[in-house]
Design a protein around this ligand. Structure first.
Ligand code: ZN
Length: 450
């Protein structure tokens, strides 16, 4: 890291950690408004996609999704970089190769590890990368870790398990942080020996990988004593969280970080806060009680790639009570999964299709079926395909738990099929609950009339 970038990181760290405090929500909203106005009037027009747009109001701009962003990639960045070049640079970065000729080497390109469709691509300048590192460190280095760093005078050891490395993450490597990347492509188990030897202070991994490491530790095969555990990239399932806590005696923190930005982090009181000091988040509500929403994000701090009214595929659930830490940013009860993880069943009174949210299913299973180790649930039209690890009794108890939930929510139970639990590819993102094909209400009608 160059001295100027290091300064950038330190500045972002101090500002995030000790500045940007707001006495109430209204003052955060006013501050955000000013930042947004400045962004809309000076930065946005530098991206061709928005050159003709009327940018006086954020809400007058179109809502965009990954597909649009990929189709008009050069229109969404301020450097005129085409998608093919960004993809080539991102792929080169993953394998440690230099970027293709003509690609500005000070820029970072990276791929998203999405669960479906084309991969997303991001671009970040050296300054943006350094700022991101400062914000991330400010959000994750708690007092204990900072104290540890100062007392020991040795670098903090951070182990990161991910599907692919990124120059974004290696930005964090420094005199203060010994940063080790463990590649999930080759399988988490291949790293057990090296991980034990590394003895990480901070362990960052997808939830299912953390849970596997926890099982190994509980069985005495992998002695680890991390000071902090951070779950990324997957929904943190309640049974995984319990296992990780049991193994290491520590709460599991979450980082909600994706190609589109750094969106949420766990605070010192254990709540998952939206990173609203840096990202503006509109809620597209999914339920009448206004608890679950799809986020539409606008990053008013980025200058290279525009993330403006960008609709993610995730479902976030708001926490009902304010967090004791005093931050005025919205706190989440959970990241519940993706929009296409929602199952659809007919209402027993009207026959209209209603959403069965994955978090409700997860909790019903966690409550009623204690002995269940692993399962997957996939909706194919009117049939739910359920796979449960273990004997028939385990399958029956999970099915009963879901059936009871369906009845309790006033819906008609679907047809069931027992499926076999398939092994997951090493680096595949885990999605336990997924709607493969959404049914229509009439399909259920014909199912019940036959
Ligand atoms: Zn908090």
């Amino acid at each position: 890291m160059k001295p100027a970038e290091f300064l950038c990181t330190v500045r972002a760290f101090i500002r995030t950690r000790y500045g940007l405090r707001f006495p109430n929500r209204a003052s955060l909203d006013r501050w955000q408004r000013r930042r947004l106005d400045a962004f809309l009037s000076t930065t946005l027009e530098k991206a061709p996609f928005y050159r003709e747009a009327c940018v006086s109001e954020l809400t007058s701009l179109p809502i965009v999704q990954k597909q649009t962003m990929l189709e008009h990639f050069s229109g969404f960045n301020t450097r005129g970089i085409e998608l093919e070049n960004a993809l080539a640079a991102a792929r080169a970065a993953e394998t440690g190769q230099p970027p293709p000729t003509g690609f500005d080497p000070s820029l970072t390109a990276g791929l998203s590890s999405g669960t479906q469709g084309r991969p997303g691509v991001f671009l970040a300048s050296a300054d943006e990368r350094a700022t991101w590192a400062g914000i991330l460190l400010a959000r994750t280095l708690d007092r204990d870790l900072l104290g540890c760093l100062v007392r020991r005078m040795t670098p903090l050891r951070v182990a990161l398990f991910l599907r692919a490395n990124s120059a974004l993450y290696t930005t964090l490597k420094s005199r203060f942080i010994d940063f080790r990347f463990f590649d999930l492509q080759s399988g988490a188990h291949t790293h057990a020996g090296a991980l034990a030897k590394f003895d990480p202070d901070v362990l960052v991994a997808p939830a299912s990988v953390l849970a596997w490491l926890a099982s190994e530790s509980l069985d005495g095969r992998l002695p680890l004593q991390p000071r902090k555990l951070i779950s990324v990239a997957e929904v943190l399932e309640p049974d995984d969280e319990r296992r990780i806590r049991a193994a290491y005696g520590k709460p599991v923190h979450q980082l909600y970080q994706c190609t589109e930005g750094f969106l949420a982090y766990t605070c010192e009181h254990g709540s998952l806060h939206l990173n609203e000091e840096f990202v503006h988040i509109e809620a597209e509500w999914l339920d009448e009680t206004r608890t679950r929403f799809v986020p539409i994000i606008t990053d008013f701090t980025r200058r290279t790639q525009m993330i403006v009214r960008y609709r993610l595929d995730d479902i976030l659930r708001l926490r009902s009570e304010p967090c004791r830490c005093g931050r005025v940013t919205r706190a989440l009860a959970a990241i519940d999964g993706r929009v296409d993880d929602v199952l659809w069943l007919p209402s027993s009174s009207t026959g209209r299709l209603m959403p069965l949210f994955p978090d409700a299913v997860r909790h019903a299973i966690a409550r009623h079926a204690d002995c269940v180790v692993d399962y997957t649930l996939a909706q194919h039209n009117v049939t739910l395909h359920l796979a449960v690890e273990g004997e028939e009794a385990a399958f029956a108890s999970v099915r009963r738990a879901i059936d009871e939930l369906i009845v309790m929510q006033g819906m008609t139970p679907p047809a069931w099929r027992r499926a076999t639990l398939e092994a997951r590819a090493n680096a595949a993102k885990r999605r336990r609950i997924v709607c493969v094909t959404r049914p229509s209400a009439s399909q259920f009608d014909s199912m019940h009339s036959t």
